[in-house]
Structure formats: C-alpha cells, structure tokens
Design a protein around this ligand. Structure first.
Ligand code: SF4
Length: 170
C-alpha cells in the first residue's frame, strides 16, 4: 500500500516532522545585528558565564546565508533600515527574528528624526525582549520561548508565518 506523504495525519511524516522540529529548535544559528549598546549584552549572553550553548544556539554566524535567527541588538537608524532588510532577505528559510531591547523593539527613548521606531517597521519580528538593556537572562528567556514556537511551527517559512500580520507597522 502506498503511503501518502502529503497527508499531515500520516503517522510517519508526523514523526519525521516532530524530529526535524526538535532538532531545529536546538540548533538555531544566530546572526547578531549589533548596532548599539545591547550588543554588549549579547556578547555577554554568548560568553562562557551565561553559556547560550546550553540552548544549542552558540554557533554565531556573520553570514546571513548561514543563519536562521537574527538578533537585532541596538538602535536602528533610518539609514540602516535598508541594510537590515537586505540582510534579513539573505537569510535561510525558515528564519526567525528577535528584537533585543527597547530600541530594536520600538525605537526606545530615541523618538527622533533619525531612528526607526522598531525593527518591525521593516521586517517581521517574532520575539521582543524588554529592557534597556535586557539582561542576558532576558534574552535567554526569549530564546527558550522562541524555541517552543520553532518546535510547533517547524519548517513554515517566515512569510507564511507572518501572513495576515502587517509586515511593517508604519
Ligand atoms: S535599548 Fe538601551 S541598551 Fe539597548 S541599544 Fe537601546 S539605549 Fe542601548
């Protein structure tokens, strides 16, 4: 009897999907978009003391093509916004984004002519981390929350996950 691999209720494909999602959850490769002081806390998060490798996310990559988790750490100016968009577009699917800190989430206290009022004005954001700056524990908590979503959502591309939401708030 032929097995219908397209059928989501198929026992075998369901188990394979669960295994893939479990593996993906513990092998996120972060790309730091570090543009201001929050990046210092990111460095602390990946250091031995806070040890992000406990969560399988220690393989920091500076090539977007080798990354599936962008961590935006810092204030984004309007001039940097197109760069952020380009780097995001170059990342491998499925991909996720954490906005680390008040500036990346909402512009923070830089409500002025030069500052983007949150990364989600130009790219979809999956997780926001409060704080100025957030502590490494804040960021690690966000990572574990994101991991739960990764396990549930699996290989769904970012554009599909964010369908129905407005990509840019402004
Ligand atoms: S949230 Fe605070 S610590 Fe982070 S980049 Fe903005 S001003 Fe700096």
């Amino acid at each position: 009897m032929a097995i219908d691999l397209e059928n989501p209720s198929n026992f075998i494909t369901t188990r394979v999907r669960q295994a893939v999602n479990w593996g993906r959850k513990y092998s996120l490769w972060p790309l730091p978009f570090g543009v201001a002081c929050c990046a210092i806390e990111f460095m602390s998060t990946v250091s031995s003391y806070n040890d992000i490798s406990r969560f399988g996310a220690e393989l920091v990559r500076f090539s977007p093509r080798q990354s599936d988790l962008m961590i935006i750490a810092g204030t984004i100016s309007y001039k940097q916004a197109p760069i952020l968009k380009t780097i995001y577009a170059q990342m491998a699917e499925p991909k996720w984004v954490i906005a680390m800190g008040a500036c990346a989430s909402s512009g923070g206290f830089y409500n002025n002519y030069s500052t983007l009022q949150g990364a989600d004005r130009v790219i979809p954001v999956d997780m926001y981390v409060a704080g100025c700056p957030p502590t490494p524990e804040n960021l690690l908590y966000a990572l574990t929350q994101l991991q739960e979503r990764v396990e549930k959502e699996g290989l769904v591309p970012a554009a599909e996950r964010h369908a129905g939401r407005s990509e840019a708030r402004g």
